[in-house]
Design a protein around this ligand. Structure first.
Ligand SMILES: Cc1cc2nc3c(=O)[nH]c(=O)nc-3n(C[C@H](O)[C@H](O)[C@H](O)COP(=O)(O)O)c2cc1C
Length: 386
């Protein structure tokens, strides 16, 4: 495998299938699925697929530029890695694997609050463009301490996730036995024992190196072992979050502030007015509100409301390079990925994550050529079939 740069995988779907076989079902479902009836998750992908690109021909596309400047920083391609709390369960120290792949590819990596690796280690071992994602605990002082820790560790941006004021409904997590709190039921013992590769290469490796993975970025008294809390409910949600929290973070955080989980033009405008350097249009990959619109459908209204006042990032359902090209043509500055890099990390750690990034790079490059566009900065409404 190490000699094969393509690793025998040619699409994100190939990697998803490998991850499905490799991971225990409970963990794979946590990564892969949505919530309730999973309508929002499916709609994200279908809505992007419905949008068509309008090719121009004879445009001399012998050189094509994917690099772009986002919030004053050069990214080697218009794609970044979004926060996912479970990378460290797909691979031993999966967050470091992902962050290294991102750093080598010249794109940002976002470390989630609910990661298994201490934020300082990611800075030391991976470097690159690093962002830290924040959930606001009801006890705000604890979250603010985390913000100070991220600042001292050198993170470039703080990503404040605002779309989960109450816990989402994930029935499959209740059914699949991989939860909550972890009980050694017949079903999940069988599930894990049917995936011995994962058990030995991930869980046993943690065990010999100090114990089961835990939430290394939580305050010491909250660093519960993963087996003591529900999957995806690793922290108390905070229904009292408000715009005052954005104001407070703007005071506290000296660098770039990004608000994640915006879906309404008025909220996008409010975030910009309060000094957010960027917003992420996101429905959490269809994992929170099952009646949420596809993010690509929310994009035009938000672009019209805020274009030029703040940077517009988008995620949820972008599985192909062509999907990224569409979002850029419709006014997004860049796209973030959630599940796709996790499939790659589950397959082969850093090399698998690098393969995912390479797939997007190759596909974006190919699509740019096919639509007659030489520079991602030139993508615009004229490239979208009306
Ligand atoms: C397994 C998993 C864990 C996630 N954990 C977080 C998290 O801790 N914080 C957060 O803001 N978003 C989290 N997300 C949402 C992602 O950042 C992103 O919004 C979403 O996955 C994008 O959709 P995509 O998976 O279709 O690319 C998570 C997503 C997944 C799949």
């Amino acid at each position: 495998m190490a000699n094969d740069p393509l690793m025998g995988v040619y699409s994100v779907d190939d990697l998803r299938e490998i991850a499905r076989r490799k991971l225990p079902r409970g963990l794979f479902e946590f990564i892969d699925r949505g919530n309730d009836d999973e309508v929002a998750m499916r709609d994200n992908i279908e809505a992007i697929a419905r949008i068509k690109l309008k090719p121009r021909v004879l445009a001399d596309v012998s050189t094509r530029k994917l690099a772009t400047t986002v919030m004053g920083r050069e990214w080697k391609m218009p794609v970044g890695i979004g926060p996912t709390g479970s990378a460290g369960l797909t691979w031993y120290q999966g967050e470091i694997a992902l962050a290294k792949a991102a750093a080598k590819a010249g794109i940002p990596f976002t470390l989630a609050t609910g990661s298994m690796t201490a934020m300082e280690r990611v800075v030391q071992e991976a470097g690159g463009i690093l962002w830290f994602q924040l959930y606001m605990w009801p006890e705000r002082a604890l979250s603010h301490k985390l913000v100070e820790r991220a600042r001292d560790a050198g993170y470039e941006a703080l990503v404040f996730t605002v779309d989960t004021p109450v816990a989402p409904g994930r029935e499959y997590n209740l059914r699949n036995g991989f939860m909550i709190p972890f009980k050694f039921t017949r079903r999940n013992v069988i599930d894990v024992s049917l995936h011995p590769g994962w058990l030995f290469s991930v869980i046993c490796k943690y065990l010999v190196n100090g114990g089961l993975p835990k939430y290394e970025n939580f305050p010491a008294h909250m660093q519960t072992r993963i087996t003591a809390l529900p999957m995806g409910r690793s922290m108390a949600t905070n229904p009292s979050m408000s715009w005052d929290d954005v104001k407070a973070l703007r005071e506290l955080w000296p660098r770039q502030l990004i608000i994640k989980g915006i879906q309404h033009p008025a909220d996008a405008l409010k975030a910009a007015e309060l000094g957010a350097d960027a917003i992420i249009i996101s429905n959490h990959g269809g994992r929170v509100l099952d009646s949420a619109p596809p993010t690509i459908d929310s994009l035009p209204g938000i672009v019209a409301a805020v274009k030029g006042r703040t940077t517009i990032l988008i995620d949820s359902g972008f599985r192909r390079g062509a999907d990224v090209v569409k979002a850029l043509a419709m006014g997004a500055d860049a796209v973030l990925l959630g599940r796709a890099p996790l499939y790659g990390t589950a397959f082969a750690g850093e090399a698998g994550a690098a393969r995912v990034i390479q797939l997007y790079r190759d596909e974006i490059d190919r699509v740019m050529g096919l639509i007659g566009c030489r520079d991602v900065a030139d993508l615009g409404p004229e490239h979208i079939a009306g």
